[in-house]
Design a protein around this ligand. Structure first.
Ligand SMILES: NC(=O)c1ccc[n+]([C@@H]2O[C@H](COP(=O)([O-])OP(=O)(O)OC[C@H]3O[C@@H](n4cnc5c(N)ncnc54)[C@H](OP(=O)(O)O)[C@@H]3O)[C@@H](O)[C@H]2O)c1
Length: 253
């Protein structure tokens, strides 16, 4: 790692119980300055405060929406916040889920799913890659790492996932194209298919199943996903992964 502490930006931090926040916490422990992007300013403040209390450095950059204007403004603020540091890692974890039978999905829901899952990811990628291109190579030969969180719906459509899967397929296509285009610039782009339920507050409430919660063999923990993101970031340039798929030990898919 170079002398100025590197920055990681995580977009899609939720309420602090999921993959976004776990990634932020882990990278803070590894010495990164953490820029947190999400729509709920109070949740972001709490997540940043938790990281700071644990000895890390994190600043919230709330956005009105996941769109090009809001993300551009957040990236400008991150640069002003830490002018002596460079952005080394960018994680696109945000998503807009729609789980409904096809004939019940409105045009507005299709627009929202495509805007968050695809269009905003384009804007985020443009900003991250533009910043990475300014960087010198790190000691492992990398200018930056851009990581996307996918889902089972990145690869498989199903009865209620037409809008969500269309977005997640699009995100996967974006990540693969960027991996091919920017590898020659030593920018490492990867995509993680999260093929199972993650133990977040939202999923915990929805499932309401203490057995599922307690059993580490059947669900993903956000901290374990974060470890995989750190692994991707630290990969040597002679063996880069574009795509990982992660699922709990007892998942049979
Ligand atoms: N949870 C799962 O079981 C699961 C499974 C496979 C894949 N994934 C993927 O994992 C990523 C999310 O990570 P995560 O599930 O671990 O959660 P997380 O890190 O807490 O992130 C939650 C994401 O969902 C957004 N969101 C939209 N409506 C929300 C609501 N009502 N409550 C909370 N968050 C809401 C959040 O937006 P703000 O940050 O703006 O609040 C944030 O982008 C997504 O890309 C998702 O497709 C999740």
């Amino acid at each position: 790692m170079s002398s100025a502490r590197p920055i990681i930006v995580v977009a899609g931090v939720g309420n602090g119980s999921g993959t976004g926040a776990a990634t932020a916490r882990l990278f803070a422990k590894e010495g990164y300055r953490v820029a947190l992007i999400a729509r709920n300013a109070d949740h972001l403040k709490n997540t940043a405060a938790g990281i700071t209390a644990a000895g890390g450095e994190a600043v919230p950059f709330p956005v009105q929406a996941y769109d090009a204007a809001s993300l551009t403004s957040a990236f400008n603020s991150i640069k002003s916040q830490w002018p002596d540091s460079v952005l080394r890692v960018a994680v696109w974890n945000a998503a807009h889920g729609v789980w409904k039978p096809f004939l019940q999905i409105t045009d507005e829901e299709v627009t929202e799913a495509l805007n968050t899952n695809v269009r905003a990811a384009f804007a985020f990628s443009r900003l991250a890659i533009t910043a990475f291109k300014e960087n010198d190579l790190s000691e492992i030969g990398k200018r930056g790492a851009l990581i996307f969180t996918g889902a089972t719906a990145s690869l498989r459509g199903n009865t209620t996932t037409s809008a969500f899967a269309a977005g997640k397929f699009g995100l996967r296509a974006l990540s693969q194209s960027l991996n091919k285009e920017f590898g020659k610039d030593n920018i490492h782009v990867s995509h993680a298919i999260i093929d199972g339920g993650i133990l977040t507050d939202r999923v915990r409430e929805r499932r309401n199943d203490p057995n599922w919660e307690a059993n580490e063999d059947v669900r993903l923990s956000p901290e374990s996903i974060a470890k995989s993101y750190l692994y991707l970031t630290n990969q040597d340039r002679s063996a880069w992964t574009w795509e990982l798929d992660l699922r709990p030990a007892h998942e049979k898919w």
